[in-house]
Ligand binder design. Structure first.
Ligand code: GDP
Ligand code: IMO
Ligand code: MG
Length: 426
């Protein structure tokens, strides 16, 4: 059995958590492959709303094994808080959650470095969630990092002290005040707690599962346009959010990847800085923000909103090899008389279909096609046959542009508000 991958095609917050939760009954194993607690994946069911940061979104379903892969960076304090919240809801976390030994740890001093680095950038700041993500991946690639498998080894404290010493040296070059000692007790307490959770060699575990015909869903975090290589660098996160990240972040070979589910919102949002060609600054954008509750799950910052950007979506489809598209938050566009869909960009007198390497956002204007909107409230729909004609046309337009079928249309945050247009193959 091949492993399927589910990932975001825009700038994050597409609704990955919701769909992973909806799909989990079809899978034996759910495995997060990159990112860390910069992610906030929201699940809603039975009147409960829950946000997961590090733990895969399959954790609420019976009989699912959830793996935090080697490509993920873990803040012990955050993950223990997540575990405690789940325990209170009756989830048997110890039985269902496995940690890849090779996943790197976020130290308190990584968070300080993140904050100091952002402060030094001034108006050029990335808009990081300040969870220590960038500095932790820097230590990983710089070969200085500490992994969760290290916590039970005798030299753990020595490794910690050596790395913190390096961080203090870097911090001394920043004009940044901090109190590391105040942050350390809860971090070490969380490390002690983590020792009682199962650690695995996830690459062996997952390849064995593939050989034994187990079904696996790899869960992405962030979105393709925040990818360290192919996103809007430097306004990106520090990991490979794209499909290839599932291979490096879990140890699954490329020829064992099956379906690639690409999630996108029926419009666009972005938190933090960086280019956003179709951004809206008017009441239409504010209306989408209000109706869609577009405020960050982690930082509560208002999300920037804009029209659907098809060249960007097609780019994400290309680099991920998306086999099925899943359209989220269609309900939020209800009531707009007409919808604009970006199909190209005008740049210095030329019409282009992808962003040039060195473009200036102020010289670029989107080329829009206007499509009719729909007035109907979609949130109570439970049959694809009841999808309004204008929404079906909107979907057909996207399918034609990208060349990929839209197999799921989501019409509300709850598990049940999910319309399957075609049988999703597993
Ligand atoms: P993720 O990071 O990709 O998992 O997405 P987030 O959880 O950060 O943001 C998506 C938000 O949209 C959450 O508040 C979800 O509950 C909500 N949501 C997901 N799908 C839908 C949908 O189809 N309609 C509406 N109205 N809300 C949705
Ligand atoms: P999920 O998984 C939306 C954004 C930040 C910032 C940039 C870098 O919930 O979709 P970082 O903390 O990685 O240094 O921030 O990336 N960002 C996200 N935006 N959803 C996320 O995760 C994000 N994770 C990071 O806002 O612009
Ligand atoms: Mg999110």
């Amino acid at each position: 059995m091949k492993a399927d991958v589910l990932l975001g095609l825009q700038w994050g917050d597409e609704g990955k958590g919701k769909i992973v939760d909806v799909f989990t009954p079809r899978y034996d194993i759910i495995a997060r492959f990159q990112g860390g607690p910069n992610a906030g994946h929201t699940l809603e069911f039975n009147g409960i709303k829950h946000v997961l940061r590090t733990i895969p979104s399959g954790i609420f379903r019976e009989n699912s094994i959830n793996i935090i892969g080697n490509g993920v960076v873990i803040d012990p304090v955050v993950v223990i808080a997540e575990i405690e919240a789940l325990k209170k809801m009756g989830v048997d976390v110890k039985a269902k959650l496995l940690f890849a030994k090779k996943a790197h740890l976020i130290l308190p001093s990584h968070r300080l470095l993140d904050a100091a680095s952002e402060a030094s950038k001034g108006s050029e700041k990335i808009g990081s969630t300040l969870k220590g993500i960038g500095p932790t991946y820097m230590d990983k690639t710089g070969r200085n990092g500490i992994r969760i498998g290290d916590i039970t080894l005798p030299n753990f404290k020595t490794k910690y002290a050596a790395l913190v010493e390096k961080h203090k040296q870097i911090l001394s070059h920043h004009n940044y005040e901090y109190n590391l000692e105040a942050m350390e007790p809860e971090w070490f307490a969380a490390i002690e707690e983590l020792k009682s959770y199962q650690q695995i060699d996830s690459e062996h575990y997952l390849n064995e599962a593939i050989r034994n015909n187990k079904t696996i869903l790899a869960e992405g975090a962030q979105g393709s346009l925040l990818d360290i290589d192919f996103g809007s660098y430097p306004f990106v996160t520090s990991s490979n959010t794209i499909c290839a990240g599932a291979c490096t972040g879990l140890g699954i070979p490329p020829n064992r990847i099956g379906n690639v589910y690409g999630i996108f919102k029926a419009y666009c949002t972005r938190v933090g800085s960086g280019p956003f060609p179709t951004e809206l600054f008017d009441e239409v954008g504010q209306g989408i923000r209000d109706r869609g509750n577009e405020y960050g799950s982690v930082t509560k910052r208002p999300r920037r909103t804009g029209w659907l950007d098809l060249p960007a979506l097609k780019y994400a489809v290309m680099i991920n090899g998306v086999t099925e598209l899943l359209m989220m938050k269609a309900d939020i566009l209800s009531g707009l008389e007409t919808l604009q869909v970006c199909t190209a960009y005008n740049y210095q007198g030329l019409q282009i279909d992808h962003l040039p390497f060195d473009y200036s956002p102020e010289l670029l204007t989107p080329v829009y096609t206007e499509l009719p909107g729909w007035n109907q409230d979609l949130t109570g729909l439970n049959n694809v046959d009841d999808i309004p004609e204008a929404l079906n046309n909107y979907i057909a337009f996207i399918e034609q542009y990208t060349g990929v079928p839209v197999s799921v249309v989501s019409v509300g945050p709850d598990r049940t508000q999910t319309l399957m247009r075609k049988a999703v193959t597993v």
